[in-house]
Write a protein that binds this ligand. Structure first.
Ligand SMILES: Cc1cc2nc3c(=O)[nH]c(=O)nc-3n(C[C@H](O)[C@H](O)[C@H](O)COP(=O)(O)OP(=O)(O)OC[C@H]3O[C@@H](n4cnc5c(N)ncnc54)[C@H](O)[C@@H]3O)c2cc1C
Length: 445
């Protein structure tokens, strides 16, 4: 499948959701680390900025270029597997999908992936991209080394014993151009996916038990619907099941449901918001009934590519999760906001990265990440505003790659290592070559 490019024919930057655009002064496409350093030196001398673009799959303005837009897609570089250490070292601009395919040929896989694999490795770790597992952390927690071209033009290697690695793990694109990343891998295997159903009102109290019930487990339901899907994945040596049927149903989901049926229903819901709840309940019933299948691990954890939509997401400590979900459910009393997309609850093992939404720091807990998704309909913005009105008092941290309007002043109390992060930024990028409006807002300077 062709992967979407964040550069359109007119040379503008356009993110995946088509909600953020800008016209860079220049697109830089280095082929070597020397050329990266040269472009950074030129920008620094000119007093301008460089924004490295991964796959442009963030909803937030974190990837929006204001001057030079740099793409690493021409910097192929080699992929080195270290069998003894069970790690792989890859170019930062490599797409996760290409990495997974490469690993599979060596009988290896990433222990955790999110819903899709269109992102680049450096772009995914920049924002703390995650899947759902209390056994495994987010993708950044797999990182054991990073090479970065700093804003000073210097090439810096940061390995597993260097405390700065915890800054680079979730780097926000603020510390330099990430040219190489080393990640932990493991033997590839198969996962058994089992989908069961639960009344939505039972979800909050059941969350702690659900989160601990499988190596990978997530919960989602269509807004307004009365039934939630609990999707568990466990390792198995059993053979792949129903391969043709699974491939066909994924094809139908991607090509027919997501590209034709859902968009038509969504257009109707945008015109007549009052019908949203009823349609969602009927759609949700179409998917009732337990489902079970076995497939290759990374593939099973991915979902079909959804239709374009908007997302915001809050990370709360596991202990707060039931109350947080109850508050979100309360938002839907009375049929508004009219939302025609799912809510998704995922679990992320706590980590040590300074700016990771799942970082334990002074919270001492694993994290529950609550995703609020919506098409860009009449109620979307008020829905996200209402979502954050109930999440903020719970000390929720926003996902860096999804819509957020937070400022440094409110983020600092949520991240006890934020000052260390900004101090490192002062060292690696004193002239703010990698700065801009978004980064000034969330990091303060
Ligand atoms: C359909 C869809 C599904 C998604 N599913 C999930 C999911 O399951 N879980 C989840 O947590 N998130 C998910 N996301 C969000 C996505 O994973 C993040 O926003 C991710 O950061 C995007 O990666 P990217 O390569 O597109 O980076 P971009 O969005 O292009 O960039 C993100 C940041 O990384 C910086 N950057 C990129 N490359 C480099 C580099 N080489 N050096 C320095 N800085 C760099 C950019 O400057 C920017 O600051 C999803 C997004 C979409 C559109």
């Amino acid at each position: 499948m062709k992967l979407a490019s964040p550069r359109d024919r007119a040379g503008r930057f356009v993110n995946w959701a088509r909600t953020e655009t800008s016209t860079p002064s220049e697109w830089s496409r280095p082929t070597t680390e020397g050329e990266v350093a040269h472009a950074v030196d030129r920008a620094r001398a000119a007093g301008t900025s460089v924004r490295v673009i991964g796959a442009g799959h963030s909803w937030s303005r974190i990837a929006v270029p204001e001057a030079v837009a740099m793409s690493l897609d021409a910097m192929a570089g080699d992929v080195r597997v270290d069998d003894a250490r069970q790690t792989v070292t890859v170019p930062g601009g490599m797409r996760l999908r290409d990495l997974s395919a490469h690993l599979l040929r060596s009988g290896l896989s990433l222990p955790i992936v999110g819903s899709i694999q269109a992102q680049t490795v450096a772009g995914a770790i920049a924002t703390g991209t995650h899947g759902s597992s209390l056994t495994h952390g987010n993708l950044s927690s797999l990182v054991t080394a990073v090479r970065v071209v700093a804003g000073t033009g210097e090439v810096v290697d940061i390995g597993r014993d260097d405390e700065r690695l915890n800054a680079l793990r979730v780097h926000l694109g603020a510390l330099g151009v990430v040219t190489r990343v080393t990640l932990r891998v493991r033997a590839a295997g198969r996962l058994h996916q089992l989908i069961e159903h639960l009344p939505v009102e039972a979800v909050p109290d059941a969350l702690p038990e659900i989160a601990a019930s499988a190596e990978y487990v997530k919960v989602w339901w269509l807004a307004h619907a009365s039934s939630a899907q609990v999707i568990r994945y466990t390792r198995t040596d059993d053979p792949v099941t129903r391969r043709p049927a699974a491939a066909t149903s994924r094809w139908i989901d991607e090509r027919v449901m997501h590209r034709s049926v859902f968009p038509a229903l969504v257009r109707l819901q945008h015109r007549r918001p009052a019908v949203t709840a009823g349609i969602n309940e009927r759609l949700s019933r179409m998917y009732l009934g337990a489902a079970s299948q076995i497939g290759q691990d990374a593939l099973m954890l991915n979902t079909p590519m959804p239709m374009r939509h908007r997302e915001t997401e809050a990370a709360v400590p596991m202990g707060t999760a039931p109350e947080a979900v109850r508050r979100v459910l309360d938002l839907f009393q009375g049929g508004r906001p009219a939302v025609s997309f799912p809510l998704e609850i995922r679990f992320v093992r706590g980590d040590d990265a300074w700016m990771s939404p799942a970082s334990v720091q002074d919270r001492g807990a694993d994290t529950c990440q609550i995703g609020a998704y919506s098409t860009d309909g009449p109620d979307c913005t008020s829905y996200f505003d209402a979502f954050w009105r109930v999440m903020r008092p719970l000390g929720a941290r926003p996902h860096w790659g999804k819509e957020l309007d937070h400022t440094a002043d409110e983020l600092r109390p949520l991240y006890c290592h934020m000052d260390r992060f900004t101090a490192l930024r002062d060292q690696l990028d004193p002239q703010r070559v990698f700065g801009g409006e978004f980064h000034s807002r969330v990091l303060g300077r």
